[in-house]
Design a protein around this ligand. Structure first.
Ligand code: FAD
Ligand code: PYC
Length: 417
């Protein structure tokens, strides 16, 4: 039976949603589910949504140790693009970009996807060669990407300093016009509300503490801070903590966890209408609909589970921003924070079944998984529902770190790592 809070009953009686009301039911944990998703970030919630919507599997629980979207989903800088080098990655990320296009309509929730264009700057001959290689590869895959000389970069982004007289002068840029941004927490909330409406139970403040396997080694239950849940299928979608959760099922993961940080300025009137990234000088910037400049840095140099990054990294990033955009030099910064990203040796994600019957894993998105959220959830749901990968995530196996079929996207992160 569905249970509703008093606030939700009021909303049902009088219509209209208030921002302080829960958008979804607050169900109690049931003793058994067909599928349990560990992790209520965007990828976990999207997986639950597509399990219900495309596979008719609604007896699903999403277990979140904190609040939904409180991990990397609510901490990222929301850049969306699909200009990856290799065929496998371009297919995966472009699948996501196509889903972003009408996600607000599909979820009936405004995720504020804005295809305002993402420009990645080149400051060295190597950057130029690498960008042009990406552009050619992308075009062969039907993914838009174009080369701009410095004057064209400035025409696209008038705030940009293209003077020769700076530390790393701009030699050009690669522009993906379909790239852009979205509202990060709306993505979590939109997927949660739509999944909930189809019967998925979203349980917050519920940490998974153990994964139980039966005598044959197959998944039989998970232990949580709210009790034991029986299930034959578990999807682990716990970015940053994947190794910890997978070790509960005795699976060792090829991952390292690093802090990645970002910061926002005081809000100002709309001034900056695009997204600009520079991997070489370690900074990227856009303006949110609230008016804040959203600025991101590279990862810390050392592994850690701390949700804040080192101060010298922020200073370095702000130096770079001031050099690229002198008009922002006098802006005040409002707040900064960090998230924990998990990184694979080839910098590509893992979306895979495992050797443990009934155990599936979605992780390793490193610094760049927000953009993939709809595509990742879509193909991971297929993998869990059918027990076999979708053709798009078939290359992203866990086994590739044994058999060597790596997808080496180290240059594609666009973020220092
Ligand atoms: P999360 O949102 O982190 O969700 C995982 C959830 O699992 C968490 O809520 C956590 O609490 C939960 N969990 C963990 N352990 C347990 C447990 N034992 N039991 C229950 N729940 C558990 N990507 C881009 O594409 N573009 C960007 O511009 C971008 N910028 C970034 C900037 C920063 C500062 C950071 C930190 C990341 C950025 N990323 C970006 C990366 C992106 O945020 C992530 O790849 C993506 O959000 C991962 O989503 P997720 O749902 O897998 O993980
Ligand atoms: O992958 O585009 C990206 C990204 C931007 C900032 C962090 N990651």
């Amino acid at each position: 039976m569905q249970t509703y809070s008093a606030l939700q009953l009021l909303r049902r009686a009088f219509g209209g949603h208030q921002s302080w009301e829960p958008l979804w039911r607050q169900p109690a944990l049931k003793p058994a589910y067909d599928v349990v998703i560990i992790g209520g970030g965007g990828h976990g919630l999207a997986t639950a949504y597509y399990l219900a919507k495309e596979h008719g599997i609604t007896n699903v629980a999403v277990l979140e140790k904190g609040w939904i979207g409180g991990g990397n989903t609510g901490r990222n800088t929301t850049i969306i693009r699909s200009n990856y080098l290799f065929d496998e990655s371009a297919a995966l990320y472009d699948h996501a970009v196509k889903l972003w296009d009408d996600l607000s309509q599909a979820l009936n929730y405004n995720v504020m996807y804005s295809a305002r264009g993402v420009m990645m700057l080149a400051h060295t001959v190597h950057d130029v060669q690498s960008a042009k290689r990406h552009i050619h590869a992308n075009r062969l895959n039907g993914v838009d990407n174009e080369w701009l000389d410095p004057e064209a970069c400035k025409a696209f982004c008038p705030e940009l300093n293209i003077s020769d007289n700076i530390r790393y002068p701009i030699m050009g840029g690669a522009l993906q016009r379909r790239g852009g941004t979205a509202r990060h927490d709306a993505v979590a909330w939109g997927y949660a509300r739509a999944a909930d409406a189809m019967g998925v139970d979203i349980i917050q403040n519920c940490e998974v503490t153990a994964i139980r396997r039966d005598a044959t080694g197959a998944i039989e239950a998970v232990e949580t801070t709210k009790g034991t849940v029986k299930t034959r299928k578990v999807g682990v979608v716990a970015a940053g903590h994947t190794s910890v959760v997978m070790s509960m099922a005795d699976v060792r993961m090829p991952l390292e966890s690093y802090p990645l940080q970002a910061l926002v300025s005081e809000p100002v009137k709309p001034t900056f209408t695009c997204v600009v990234m520079s991997n070489t000088i370690h900074a990227y910037i856009s303006q949110s609909d609230k008016g804040e400049l959203v600025i991101g840095a590279g990862t810390d140099a050392y592994t850690s589970y701390s949700q804040r990054g080192a101060l010298h990294i922020t200073e370095h990033t702000l130096d770079a921003i001031c050099e690229l955009f002198p008009m922002f030099r006098r802006m005040r910064m409002l707040r900064n924070w960090g998230g924990i990203v998990d990184v694979t040796p080839d910098r590509s994600p893992i979306l895979s079944k495992t050797a443990v019957p009934g155990l599936f894993v979605n992780c390793g998105w490193g610094t760049g998984g927000f953009k993939a959220t709809p595509g990742s959830g879509n193909v991971f749901a297929h993998t869990i529902a059918t027990g076999e990968p979708h053709r798009i995530n078939a290359p992203f196996t866990l086994d590739r770190f044994r058999d060597g079929t790596l997808i080496d996207e180290a240059a594609a992160a666009a973020v220092a790592h």
